[in-house]
Structures are given as C-alpha cells and as structure tokens.
Write a protein that binds this ligand. Structure first.
Ligand code: NAP
Length: 464
C-alpha cells in the first residue's frame, strides 16, 4: 500500500513513525519547506515557547523525558522534532509543496506545485491548523519592514526602533516582552483583551520525574481539569476568571490601564494565555497599549479609528492564522470529482475529525473539531494516528470511506454540544461564522476512548 503523508510537523512525523513501526505501507512524507518541524520550524520569533508543559509535549510512544524547562522553548522543541524524525527522515521529501489531490479508480493522484504527480492508495493530511499566517487586509501601505510573527525577519534590527504590534494573542504575549527589551518604543494594538494567567515556568532539575509517567499523567489530569473548568459553564469559568483578574490586579497597578486590559469575554472563549512578563511589558513606560480600532496603514505608521497615526519604523503582525480553512489552499477532489471545499461549504467537518464521506482513504490529523482549549493537542493527534494505523491494517489499503449517515450523526452531536459552549461567546480562530469548527466539545479521555473503540463497520469499502 502506497501512503502519502502531507506535512512533516508533529503529526506527519508521528504518523510516519507509527506506520513504519507497524510495518504498514510504503510511506512518503511530502513537506513544502526545507526541513521538518511544522509550526516549531516556522515560529522563530523571540520568546517562542510552548504554553503546554513539556511533560505532555512529546508522543507517549516517543517520549522525551528530560527537558531543560517546564515549558520548553522553540529551539528545544524543534531539536526534539528533528530527533523524533531521524528514524523516518529517509521517508521525508522536503521542498515538495502539494497543490492538490484527486481520487479516482487508481487511488489518489497527488499533484505537486512543480507539476509532478505522486500516486498513492492512502492520503493522510498532517498540515495542521496553524500553518498559514493571517495578515489583515488593511487599506494603505506601511513604508518600513512589516512581517508576521510566524515569518519573523531576523535580519531586521529592532534595536532602538519604534515597533508597532497588531494583536494580543498567544504569540504576541511571548514576543512583545522581548521587543520591549530591544526596541526604543513598542505600540501594541489590542482589539480584544485576553485572559492571562501566570506561567509556572522553571528550569527543570527534576526533569526525569516530570517527564516520566507520573509527571505526564499529573499534567494531563491538570489539563483535563482546566478543559472541564472552561467548558462546563459560567460557574466553573468564574474560578479561572477570578484568577486572571487577580493576576491583572497584582501585575498592573495603574487602574486605568488595568481596566483597558480587562477582558470583555468569558475566559476560555479565546485561548487562555500564560505569561509572567506580558503585563510587566505593557506597564513599561516604553510600551503603549492602543485600544482604538486599527483602520489602515500609512507610510509612517498605523492609523486608528480616532484618526491618530501611530508612528513606527517596523510593523509586526501577531494576527494569528487561517485556522478554519482546513487543508487550503490544496485542491482536494474525492469520489466523482467532488471538491472538499464544496463538501465543507458550511464549515469543515469530519467523522472523529479524521474521515470525510465521499473522500475514500483520506485521513486527517488534527482535523476539524479536534483542537483543545486546555490540554496538549498531541494527545489528540496520537489517538488519530492509532486510529489510522488500525484502519489501514484492517482494510489493507483497500479504499474505504466513512458512511455518510455515521459522519452526519457525529457532526450533529458535536455541533449540538458546541452550540452552548464558551467558544460561541466571542470572535476567535475556533469559529467559522457561527459554527465552531476547530474545537472538540469534551475531554481528551472521551476522544481517545471513542477513537480507540470506533466501530470499523462505520467505514465501507468503495469500488476502484
Ligand atoms: P491569535 O490567538 O489568533 O491572535 C491574533 C491576535 O490578532 C488577536 O489578538 C486578534 O484580535 C488580533 N487581530 C487579528 N486581526 C486583527 C485586526 N485586523 N486588527 C486588530 N487586531 C487583530 O494568534 P496567535 O497569537 O498567533 O496564536 C494562534 C494560536 O497559536 C494560539 O491560540 C495557540 O493555539 C497557538 N500558539 C501556541 C503557542 C504555544 O505556546 N503553544 C504560542 C503561540 C501560538 P481578536 O482577539 O480581537 O480577534
């Protein structure tokens, strides 16, 4: 069986390792960049680190027990990924951007951007949810260097410059404190104030203990508890909100600034952030927080709704990713030439987040409704990897697709549970219009159980 995996980040490498260990398939991993690593290769902004504890930031089947810090930094995670990839590095073809794929009687024809074609029986997407930077289409033109946080321009010297930052999400809270130390002035444009908790980070001397089974289990249970608190209604959320309010009160003494940094939306509605230096950075005399809406760019800076031009030499977009355009811009066609983008016209959906009716032998890792608000996504991806191996072993690569009625019932259940979730209460990358398309409505334990026990009769063989 010929297997094509698209993407060599955590999911793609984990999938290749699992397939090789299971002795399943002739595998090739197509990676558009020149190295493995996914988001941890791309996000090199100063201060880039994980906000999920290190003990949960490796697959259980390829665990890294010892990390230099409780919350690993980007270089250490990328190094881990390169080590993880080493046993399957021979399967990875870098510099191969997939433009599209179509399923026909001979299986999948995967088209690369250079016009060549790779044929496969099985197509596994491991392209992630956060790989394509979103840059707002603002009117006007800024004269200086401007770049997105996931495409950091290390060649731009920021020392002594005035830097404008749009966005106050998980990336900005990490790089703004670093900018503050080198730049002459930083202006942060905040559209929505985030909930921020202190980050219990530390150099880990007791690393083996933390990275061992007990540490891993403890961290996982804590993540499940946080997910529970954030998703089970206003009462449990209010505990987290009280903690973030206390954190603000402790860190921001100026009541006027504190009021401007107070989130209007419930905790967990957007990603909960962890930082010890975000508020100290914003209270620094060299940093301004602007809450007026950004309306456009001019040669010398950023214009806001009140008509003020905020002068800057460099502009950094901390504006996140096109998370809900799953698999885009690849053009994927299933049975009868149907486009995946048409199948997903009302928002992306997939059975268990993995399979889509009408798209035989297409499997998605970290697909729709498998993101989390409070725990390590790797624990979800691992369950998906196991499921895919089980299916491929069982059917031996013969084309199968999920029964439409099964996929529709699953989607109806997921959306019913999400309808009253915290994620419907504000704007975020978790939503595509009214529909929450990225997040799983329950606990990780439930998802792992459901994927492990999923009835393979939910999949039916198809001709061709
Ligand atoms: P994000 O959370 O989507 O934040 C984007 C920020 O840009 C938000 O503050 C948003 O405001 C703002 N924004 C977007 N368009 C704007 C516009 N036109 N005008 C003004 N503001 C605008 O993106 P991110 O910070 O890159 O993080 C994305 C995700 O990556 C995170 O949620 C997390 O899952 C992951 N991440 C993880 C880590 C980690 O430690 N593991 C680190 C970084 C990122 P609104 O809130 O008003 O939309």
């Amino acid at each position: 069986m010929r297997v094509v995996v698209v993407g060599a980040g955590f999911s793609g490498i984990g999938m290749a390792l699992a397939l090789r260990r299971a002795g399943v398939g002739d595998v090739v991993v197509l990676e558009r960049a020149d190295d493995v690593g996914g988001v941890w290769r791309d996000n090199t902004y100063p201060g880039a680190a994980c906000d999920v504890p290190s003990s949960l930031y490796s697959f259980s089947f390829a665990r890294q027990r010892s990390w230099p810090r409780r919350y690993a930094r980007q270089p250490d995670i990328l190094a881990h990924l390169r080590r993880l990839a080493a046993p399957v590095r021979d399967l990875v073809r870098t510099g191969c951007e997939v433009a599209g794929a179509s399923h026909g009687p001979g299986g999948w024809r995967v088209r690369l951007a250079d016009g060549s074609v790779v044929e496969a029986d099985v197509l596994i997407s491991a392209v992630g949810q956060l790989s394509r930077p979103a840059v707002p289409d603002l009117p006007g033109r800024f004269g200086g260097p401007a770049f997105h946080s996931a495409r950091w321009r290390h060649d731009v010297d920021l020392a002594g410059r005035r830097v404008a930052v749009i966005g106050t999400g998980a990336s900005a809270v990490q790089f703004v404190p670093h900018l503050r130390r080198v730049a002459a002035r930083v202006v942060v444009f905040q559209r929505t104030a985030p909930h921020v908790l202190p980050k219990p980070d530390a150099v880990t001397r007791s690393a083996p203990l933390l990275g061992g089974r007990v540490g891993r289990l403890g961290t996982w249970v804590a993540g499940e508890a946080l997910t529970f608190a954030l998703t089970r209604g206003p009462w449990s959320r209010s505990v987290v909100e009280a903690a973030t309010a206390l954190h603000r009160f402790w860190r921001v003494r100026d009541p006027v600034l504190r009021a401007r940094l107070a989130p209007g939306a419930p905790a967990g509605c957007q990603r909960l952030l962890f930082s010890n230096d975000w508020y100290p950075a914003l209270t620094s005399p060299d940093v301004d927080v602007v809450t007026e809406r950004v309306t456009g760019l001019v040669e010398s800076g950023v214009r806001t709704a009140d008509g003020v031009v905020h002068e800057a030499d460099v502009l950094v977009y901390g504006t996140g990713f096109a998370a809900t355009d799953f698999l885009a811009p690849m053009e994927v066609r299933g049975a009868g030439g149907r486009l995946l983008s048409d199948e997903w016209a009302g928002g992306a959906r997939a059975h268990l987040g993995i399979t889509v009716p009408g798209f035989p032998n297409l499997f998605l890792l970290y697909g729709p409704n498998t993101n989390l608000g409070g725990n390590s996504v790797l624990t979800m991806v691992e369950a998906q990897i196991r499921y895919v191996v089980r299916v491929l072993r069982h059917f031996g690569g013969r084309p199968v697709e999920v029964r439409r009625e099964v996929a529709e019932a699953f989607d109806a259940e997921v959306q019913r549970r999400l309808r009253h979730s915290v994620w419907t209460l504000c704007r975020s990358w978790y939503r595509d219009g009214e529909r929450v398309t990225t997040n799983w409505p329950g606990q990780v334990a439930e998802y792992r159980l459901r994927t492990a026990r999923a009835d393979l009769a939910d999949l039916r063989p198809v001709g061709g």
